[in-house]
Ligand binder design. Structure first.
Ligand code: NAD
Length: 279
């Protein structure tokens, strides 16, 4: 509360300001569902102004009414030419020329096809969405972060960023590439006050995770899936001993990396996988 609602009170109430996000601006890609939605909700709860970007429509009922004034949604394809620049332009037009945080969440699973059968379409779409778009987003926000010598970027990778046994060749390559981009940005801009880290979620209880756990109706590559299924069976299916991880649990790890507690953490890939990646 920033004003005194009772003018005859002796003292103004203590200002309930959250130093993590008050007065700061965050961009979240893939904000309409799953991990991106959870990140959006948690950053808003920490008083960030959030510009959410997604290719699908946003259900405003999922944002608390009291947060609506600090939330702006833009619908657009980040994999299309100029899509990332447009999203950042809209953020600046809405919240002004400061960008404190970028969380690259938008992503697509592939169809488990291997290097002997991946189609041009699957390769191009997955690389464009999971690797090219996050790099273009970073390119678009870095001038704003460099200008104030402060910024935090979090890229959502995957267990598939370090393992070859989780997905098809396109998804695996895109997430491995995203870790490389994360490290490069972290090193290159370490003296500009900018940190860039990644999280590597395991099997998450979201639309992608549910599709894998339940068996998807998508035209999956049967041979490729058969090779990764035993690894998925170690965690992807919910059970008492290996419950799925929720989008909000991933979002909490991201909020940690955004905040001051992580101010010396730069260039890491943090597993959020309940030891799945330790296999
Ligand atoms: N679900 C899992 O098990 C899991 C595990 C590890 C990593 N991840 C990663 O986490 C991220 C989020 O996945 P999720 O599970 O929340 O999935 P999700 O499908 O619920 O969310 C992904 C969001 O990205 C958006 N999106 C996709 N392509 C886009 C584009 N071209 N432009 C703009 N928006 C686009 C989608 O519309 C969707 O809202 C992805 O990068 C995914 O690879 C997911």
């Amino acid at each position: 509360m920033l004003y005194n609602p009772t003018p005859d009170a002796l003292f103004a109430p203590v200002a309930a300001v959250d130093p993590l996000g008050f007065g700061k601006v965050a961009i979240v890609t893939g904000c309409a569902s799953g991990i991106g939605l959870a990140v959006t909700q948690q950053l808003l709860a920490h008083q960030f102004s959030v510009c959410g970007l997604d290719i699908t429509s946003f259900n405003y009922d999922l944002v608390r009414v009291t947060d609506h004034g600090r939330f702006h949604f833009h619908k657009g394809d980040l994999a299309a030419a100029g899509g990332c620049e447009e999203g950042v332009r809209i953020c600046v037009a809405t919240f002004g020329s400061r960008i404190d945080v970028l969380v690259n969440v938008a992503g697509l699973m592939d169809n488990f096809s291997s290097a002997d059968g991946v189609s041009d379409d699957v390769w191009d779409k997955v690389i464009a969405t999971n690797l090219t778009a996050p790099v273009m987003m970073m390119r678009a926000v870095l001038p704003f972060m460099k200008a104030k010598r402060d910024g935090a970027i979090i890229n959502v990778a995957s267990t598939a960023a370090t393992s070859g046994a989780v997905a098809g060749v396109a998804y695996t390559s895109s997430k491995h590439g995203l870790i490389g981009a994360t490290k490069n940005v972290a090193w290159r801009f370490r003296n500009d006050g900018i940190r860039c880290n990644a999280v590597c979620p395991g099997a998450i209880d979201s639309s992608i995770g549910k599709a894998i756990a339940n068996g998807s109706n998508e035209p999956w590559d049967a041979e490729g899936f058969a090779e990764v299924e035993p690894f998925h069976a170690l965690q992807a299916k919910p059970s008492a001993s290996a419950p799925t991880i929720t989008p909000h649990e991933v979002a909490k790890a991201i909020v940690f990396l955004v905040g001051d507690h992580a101010r010396t953490i730069n260039g890491i890939s943090l597993p959020v996988d309940k030891a799945w990646g330790a296999v």
